[in-house]
Ligand binder design. Structure first.
Ligand SMILES: Cc1cc2nc3c(=O)[nH]c(=O)nc-3n(C[C@H](O)[C@H](O)[C@H](O)COP(=O)(O)OP(=O)(O)OC[C@H]3O[C@@H](n4cnc5c(N)ncnc54)[C@H](O)[C@@H]3O)c2cc1C
Length: 452
């Protein structure tokens, strides 16, 4: 049957997760087709910083350096991340001396630009192709393969594949067809993401900072060398979308450093997008020959940040190993893991049960790390008294008194990753996978480091 299939792997959704999965399996010579409903890659303002385990995956995919070139200038390589009060007093920070020796540099790059870079790399591999304007409508499972019904400008068509990957985002059609649920909750308040030009550095801000505040908690981070910043802030739940958009200036007035009142001429907005924050996961990440990855599998607050803690993750806090919990960071780890499992089964002689391991372990990572940490970090930004946080509130107090604790927090970020290549038969792991496997990566350990 396999010989008569249209492709070995069909990936649905050309977001960063679908693109990266496609690139990685194409690099291993697997015949892979990626379908995307839109005419091009979605350019809405979303991710811009990637946690340490995602940087490991971007490095071994050969993407990280291009992403850095796109999003960073020399001063952005400074290893520093701050938590501050709304009047820019430091509560806590990771400093250059906390950096894990030999660790990777951070990757800052807008999600759309990152996706475009992956697309460019994919175009160099003849075993992978992207079909835009192809929208998945239905999936039929057979004993050895899966058939996708796809709507195209030329009408409906069928694509058969040995395996199907649903990387089609939070509203995933794949997940709905497979009836895998999306359990959890949606926070009532808005998250407003703005791309804006303002001289933050002139007014004392640095590349990345979180503001701790009950109403105006937010993240301000530099996106690219042109001086574009991302400001993502919390907005009241009772506002309509129109009211949210009308209130942008007064939020900037509260959040921005520099002279007050803030002049509307002092900044230029490129884009504003209100979102809802979801803490949700599918009940399973596999059904027969189909898999979920990225937001299709799970969603979390982008305020999850890096290397802070969760009040609802006591086992993680107990030894101060504080992992990262942002959405695409986990999605990139899914992509690397699922690609390794598909390569294992399709090229390395591994049993199909390796793909069950993908589904179990990645879901466990969401349940035990991403969900509690991202939600806990969001609550910490909102519920901590900023004036006393530095000396009285955890984890800031510990961060401020113990360099060792800061180091453990940074190391803990790597717990979100998992190296599925350890399940490949040793005798078959030669040569070919090396292109996919630089640098060495041990499951769940901190060999490298990166930070917002
Ligand atoms: C404001 C904001 C800031 C964020 N910041 C960060 C950050 O800094 N770091 C971080 O790690 N995460 C961040 N995230 C989370 C991150 O944006 C998501 O986790 C990420 O978009 C998930 O990527 P994905 O590829 O899984 O899905 P998506 O990017 O949603 O891509 C899914 C794709 O599937 C396509 N599709 C959907 N249905 C179909 C269909 N039926 N057929 C074919 N194609 C289909 C869609 O058109 C889309 O192109 C942020 C999120 C938000 C909202």
């Amino acid at each position: 049957m396999a010989d008569s299939l249209d492709c070995e792997v069909l990936v649905v959704g050309a977001g960063p997760v679908g693109l990266l999965t496609t690139l990685l399996v194409a690099k291993a010579g697997i015949d892979v087709t990626l379908i995307e409903a839109l005419p091009d890659i979605d350019d809405s303002p979303r991710a811009m910083a990637y946690g340490a385990p995602a940087v490991v995956e971007l490095e071994r995919a050969g993407i990280a350096e291009d992403a850095r070139k796109n999003g960073m200038e020399p001063s952005d390589y400074d290893f520093r991340l701050r938590w501050i009060t709304i009047d820019n007093k430091t509560i806590s920070e990771f400093k250059p001396e906390d950096r894990i020796p030999g660790s990777f540099d951070a990757v800052i790059c807008g999600q759309f630009q990152l996706a475009k870079i992956i697309q460019g790399h994919l175009s160099q591999h003849s075993s992978g192709k992207i079909l835009f304007n192809h929208s998945l409508q239905d999936i039929t499972e057979s004993e050895d393969f899966v058939t996708a019904t796809v709507q195209t400008p030329e009408g409906s068509k069928k694509i058969t594949a040995r395996y199907l990957v649903g990387a089609d985002g939070g509203k995933s059609t794949v997940r709905k067809i497979l009836d895998l649920g999306y359990d959890g909750f949606t926070l009532p308040q808005w998250l407003v993401a703005c791309n804006v030009r303002y001289p933050f550095r002139e007014h004392g801000f640095q590349r990345g900072q979180f503001i701790v505040h009950p109403q105006h908690f937010c993240m301000v981070g530099k996106i690219d060398p042109t001086g574009l910043y991302r400001v993502s802030y919390n907005e009241q739940e009772n506002l309509t979308k129109e009211e949210v958009l009308a209130n942008v200036h007064s939020k900037f007035e509260a959040i921005f450093p520099g002279p007050k009142p803030l002049s509307k001429d002092a900044y230029q907005i490129e884009v504003v997008s209100p979102y809802r924050i979801h803490q949700r996961s599918a009940r399973a990440y596999r059904k027969q020959h189909s898999f979920l990855a990225g937001d299709a599998a799970h969603a979390c607050s982008p305020f999850g940040g890096e290397s802070l803690f969760s009040s609802s993750a006591p086992s993680v806090i107990a030894d101060n190993r504080i992992p990262t919990g942002m959405g695409l960071t986990g999605g990139i780890c899914d992509a690397g893991g699922l690609a390794d499992c598909l390569i294992g089964v399709l090229r390395k002689g591994c049993d199909d049960s390796l793909l069950d391991k993908y589904a179990e372990i990645r879901r466990q990572k969401y349940q035990e790390i991403t969900n509690p940490v991202s939600y806990g970090n969001t609550c910490a930004l909102r519920d901590t008294n900023p004036e006393t946080a530095a000396t009285e509130a955890e984890p800031f107090r510990t961060m401020n008194t113990s360099p060792e604790a800061r180091k453990k927090m940074l190391e803990g970020a790597y717990l979100l990753g998992h190296d599925f290549r350890q399940y490949w038969p040793q005798s078959k792991s030669t040569g070919e996978e090396d292109t996919h496997a630089t640098p060495p990566l041990k499951a769940g350990t901190a060999g490298t480091n990166a930070m917002l």
